[in-house]
Design a protein around this ligand. Structure first.
Ligand SMILES: [Zn+2]
Length: 318
């Protein structure tokens, strides 16, 4: 039988899973909404039922599914316990890996979702060309994962690489972490919409002013920028500038080969790139700033699934 693992990307909105073999993904990605209103146990039972279906499908394909890997939002300890998950508070304190392993009768690895995505890009995507890089995910929040010398660097508590909470505006917008002015509040997909709304409210002219404020999305900001809308271009330039400022600090500290930018806002990467590079070169020591390539992620939604699968044990065979 061919060895395989299941890779899962648990997000605040959706949970996606797929069978993954030594060459990458096998079969289609299954997606279900992340429903936790009925509590942890009910959610876990539904998740397990879905995964058992996937295991049966794997058996039918002649696969030996040896393990399960999951990327989940929040701070995850080395044994796969969710220490804290601001977006999915029902998971707080839950030994997710142990609970899943007991039900699925297989080893289960649970890692932070940004770390899983970074590892996916390292093995299968834009990170393959780098020995050491930072992966930054611009989604609902800003996640970060650090690969040093081709190994994921987790830090003492699994909290390494959290550049989303790097202060870029002292005293600025309040962040979910309790600090003010974190990068996440200026460069996440959600923040792009917030920045656009602020500029519209301040009287800046834009085609986006016709959209009800509550419905404005980062995608609309990106589309308007592509049509040359000055307000939208200003929002992306500002976000790119803050991101570049942080990358400059990271470059000074670690002299990395690269940064891989992924997540929902990456569809506007080309529009942000000039501002990112300008700020990176401004803030970094010249040799480190020149060394760091800043590239978009290549795997899109699949980075987390592939990375989680690899962390679950097939990595040495890839
Ligand atoms: Zn923060």
């Amino acid at each position: 039988m061919t060895p395989a693992v299941i890779g899962i990307d648990l997000g605040g909105t959706n949970c996606r899973a797929a069978l993954v073999g030594t060459g990458g993904r096998i079969g289609e990605i299954r997606r279900r909404p992340t429903e936790m209103v009925r509590g942890y146990d009910a959610w876990l039972a539904e998740l397990v039922a879905g995964l058992e279906e996937l295991l049966r499908q794997g058996e039918g394909l002649g696969l030996k599914v040896a393990a399960v890997g999951m990327g989940a939002p929040g701070l995850i300890s080395g044994d796969g316990t969710v220490v804290a998950s601001p977006n999915l508070p029902h998971l707080d304190g839950r030994p997710l890996a142990v609970d899943l392993a007991a039900r699925l009768k297989r080893p289960v690895t649970v890692a932070n979702d940004a770390n899983a995505s970074a590892w996916g890009e390292a093995l299968f995507g834009a990170g393959r060309e780098f020995n050491s890089f930072l992966a930054v995910t611009l989604g609902t929040g800003v996640g970060g994962g650090l690969v040093l010398n081709r190994r994921l660097w987790l830090g003492a508590d699994g909290a390494a690489g959290e550049v989303g909470h790097w202060t870029v505006v002292p005293g600025g917008r309040l962040c979910g972490c309790g600090n003010r002015g974190c990068l996440e509040q200026y460069a996440s997909a959600r923040a792009l919409a917030v920045s656009a709304r602020e500029r519209i409210a301040a009287g800046e002219a834009s085609a986006l002013a016709a959209i009800p404020a509550a419905e404005l999305t980062s995608r609309q900001v990106g589309e308007a920028a592509r049509r040359g809308d000055a307000l939208a271009l200003g929002v992306l330039e500002e976000a790119g500038g803050y991101l570049g400022q942080v990358l400059g600090g990271v470059a000074n500290l670690l002299n990395l080969d690269g940064a891989v930018i992924a997540g929902g806002a990456v569809e506007s990467f080309d529009l942000m790139q000039p501002a990112i590079l300008r700020a990176l070169r401004q803030h970094a020591f010249p040799v480190s700033g020149r060394r760091m390539s800043v590239v978009p992620g290549r795997l899109g939604d699949e980075a987390g699934i592939l990375g989680a699968a690899a962390l679950a044990g097939l990595s040495e065979q890839f």
